[in-house]
Design a protein around this ligand. Structure first.
Ligand SMILES: *Cc1c(COP(=O)(O)O)cnc(C)c1O
Length: 339
């Protein structure tokens, strides 16, 4: 019998209920058989409509901390199609907080037309400030200086890093492992299981790996498919998030670089740049299992899973981290191009 994190290990920090939990764990009706594996979908895309995706779980912890600190304004950053910024904007609205989103664009003087996630950020009433690529590289300093200016104006800002990926946010996936343990089919207990997830800032992969340790679920491992940076960068990032967690919550395990397998071979030309193979995989999943993947994260991660299916199998759980609104700015190229 597996123990749940929270039952073993330190008590999880306070959370505000934002995500629709538990999310379903569903067998793949056909695609698993096509790939020659047993495949389960962990439907974190169903964590809520406005908050769809993995950020909803992280925000439960991050926004509880913001409220405890008396914050009135959330400040965060992301790409132009940031699911994190969109989920944060709606979560802030739900809690009566203001939100400022710093979004990256090639030329802040000529920002892109609002569409998909960026349109929804504005719909939720958040303020968008555009950052150029060089400012975005310094985003932690920019976030701090925006917060300092808000403080000088008498506001109470709370900064959430990109992707909500600090140790506190990663609790969202430490506790998600407990949920998975409860849902695991009895026939899978005690057998090797691979958890596959997209990796954009490392918090989800770090939380899952820490959660597996706390649960004593030794037969399970995490394979994270990078969508922007390389393997070494993410392995460092994941280790750093877990080290911060172990400092703040004694009893949390420290991950070594290399404890989580990170595969950076399915990024394509760059972050959030759709690839033909990724779009073909989105079509295949939609038509075979009736699910929507996204071009920046889950489409690429699932392409990695499908390409390596025999080796990752025979039992795989794909953590569907959402991202559906990132699909909306695409045009007919989504459905054209064969398959
Ligand atoms: C943010 C995001 C991820 C990546 O999660 P990280 O914790 O940032 O690594 C994966 N999928 C989707 C759809 C996301 O929005």
């Amino acid at each position: 019998m597996l123990a749940s994190p929270g039952v073993t290990g330190p008590t999880p920090p306070r959370r505000v209920p934002l995500a629709r939990l538990p999310t379903p764990l569903e067998p793949s009706p056909r695609l698993g058989a096509e790939l020659g594996i047993e495949l389960l979908w962990k439907r974190d895309d169903l964590s809520g409509l406005e908050l769809t995706g993995n950020k909803a779980r992280k925000l439960e912890f991050l926004l509880a901390d913001a409220l405890d600190q008396g914050a009135d304004t959330i400040v965060t950053a992301g790409g132009v199609q940031s699911n994190h910024a969109r989920a944060t904007a709606f979560a802030a609205a739900r809690l009566g907080l203001r939100c400022v989103a710093l979004l990256r664009t090639p030329d802040p003087a000529h920002p892109p037309a609002l569409a998909g996630n960026s349109l929804l950020v504005r719909l939720a009433g958040a303020e968008i400030r555009w950052l150029g690529p060089s400012e975005y590289r310094q985003r932690d300093q920019v976030l701090a200086s925006v917060a300092a200016r808000l403080s000088a104006e008498g506001r109470h800002p709370y900064v959430i890093p990109v992707g909500g990926s600090n140790a506190l946010g990663s609790w969202g996936y430490v506790t998600a492992v407990g949920e998975l343990c409860q849902q695991l089919p009895p026939a899978w207990r005690g057998l090797p299981v691979t958890l596959v997830v997209a990796c954009g800032s490392g918090g989800t992969a770090a939380g899952l790996a820490v959660g597996l340790r706390l649960a004593g679920w030794r037969e399970a491992r995490v394979v994270a498919f990078a969508v922007c940076d390389d393997t070494a960068t993410f392995q460092r990032e994941i280790a750093a998030i877990s080290a911060e967690g172990a400092r703040r919550w004694p009893g949390l395990p420290v991950l070594a670089e290399g404890d989580v397998e990170v595969d950076d071979r399915f990024i394509g030309p760059g972050y959030a740049v759709p690839t033909e193979a990724g779009l073909a995989m989105i079509r295949r999943v939609a038509r075979t299992d009736g699910l929507i993947l996204d071009p920046a994260y889950t489409g690429k991660a699932f392409l990695g899973l499908a390409t390596r299916a025999r080796e990752l199998g025979p039992r795989v759980i794909f953590i569907h981290t959402g991202g559906v609104f990132g699909l909306l700015p695409l045009g007919p190229e989504l459905v054209e191009g064969g398959a």
